[in-house]
Design a protein around this ligand. Structure first.
Ligand code: NAP
Length: 296
């Protein structure tokens, strides 16, 4: 929608982040609004952490349909919702705020977005080992996606091992509560040095980077790329025009590698449906994103 098409009846959605200028969510959502002829628009707002509460309160005040939250707001927003989905509670983070008749509902589509991308790319985790690098905001969604895909062993590797331990314990409790006999999967916590342990690395069917490591300066942590199985999938939640520092060595060895663009497109589609009550045209948000990333 162009600015001239916005009227007094236009309903607004947005993404709140800090920084947010790089976000491709407005392009994806507005392409779907234009295709469906909906009188709605999607904006990006730079919200500093100390203004988050005010910005969240503005959602019902302005009659917004909903808001996506990105770094660094997902965890802090948890306590600002009137209702939380089970998934947002489990992941202890909100990435979708839906305005239902003035009441704010917090949901989290990260795990569903990642799982769908892995399945679309035929990653088979059934009874296999998955390694998650990171224990911050995005890592829980990777752990949940791996559990849902039937992984037998999930190894969480983080710079701060204590944080990995806490995440492992949280999900161990989750799988224990699930019932139906003893948990099928084991969840372990390790330091980043586990990434150079050939036995651990060699067992992995999937290695997910859920950290911003290598984004701006420096490379990715030392990893025994050559020890990985030929069919191992490398997945970087970060997305960029060029292969990321985590993926580049894997690609050089001929391993399968994906960045987080597919996950972003999937969660964009899920958010669109949550905000608007209708699905976006099939594949349109993904195509728009890929065009913006120069991949068509
Ligand atoms: P975050 O909470 O800031 O990530 C913190 C994690 O990164 C922690 O595990 C931290 O380790 C680790 N870390 C940060 N800098 C490090 C360094 N220099 N060396 C080693 N470890 C380091 O961010 P997040 O929300 O989890 O997101 C992680 C990345 O995933 C971001 O780049 C985000 O954009 C991306 N993401 C993408 C999607 C998508 O749809 N594609 C969705 C969600 C997130 P410590 O615990 O030791 O500090």
């Amino acid at each position: 929608m162009t600015a001239t098409a916005i009227s007094g009846r236009t309903r607004l959605c947005a993404v709140y982040g800090d920084p947010v200028e790089h976000s491709l969510s407005p392009a994806m959502h507005n392409a779907a609004y234009a295709a469906l002829g909906l009188d709605c628009a999607y904006a990006a707002f730079h919200v500093a952490p100390e203004r988050l509460r005010e910005a969240i309160r503005a959602i019902p005040a302005l009659g917004m349909l909903g808001v996506n939250l990105t770094v660094p707001h997902k965890e802090r927003a948890l306590r600002m919702m009137a209702h939380l989905s089970d998934e947002a509670r489990l992941l202890a983070a909100v990435n979708c705020v839906i305005n239902r008749a003035g009441e704010l509902h917090g949901d989290n589509t990260d795990a569903r977005g990642l799982e769908a991308d892995l399945r679309e790319n035929r990653v088979d985790l059934n009874d296999r080992t998955a390694i998650i690098v990171g224990a911050g905001g995005a890592a829980p969604s990777a752990v949940l996606a791996c559990i849902r895909m039937g992984a037998a062993r999930i190894v969480i590797c983080n710079r701060t091992v204590d944080r990995a331990n806490r995440l492992a314990r949280r999900f161990a409790r989750h799988v224990a509560r699930r019932g139906g006999g003893p948990p099928r999967e084991t969840i372990e916590a390790r330091g980043l040095s586990a990434l150079t342990d050939s036995a651990t690395i060699g067992a992995a069917a999937l290695i997910v980077n859920a950290t911003p490591m290598g984004l701006k300066t420096g490379g990715f942590a030392p990893l025994a790329y050559a020890a990985t199985a030929a069919a191992c999938m490398f997945y970087d939640m970060v997305y960029a025009r060029e292969p990321t520092p985590f993926l580049a060595p894997a690609l050089a060895l001929g391993r399968r590698a994906l960045d987080g663009a597919g996950m972003l497109a999937n969660q964009g589609e899920l958010a669109f449906e949550l905000f608007n009550g209708v699905k976006p045209p099939a594949g349109l948000m993904r195509r728009t994103l890929m065009e913006r990333l120069g991949r068509t």
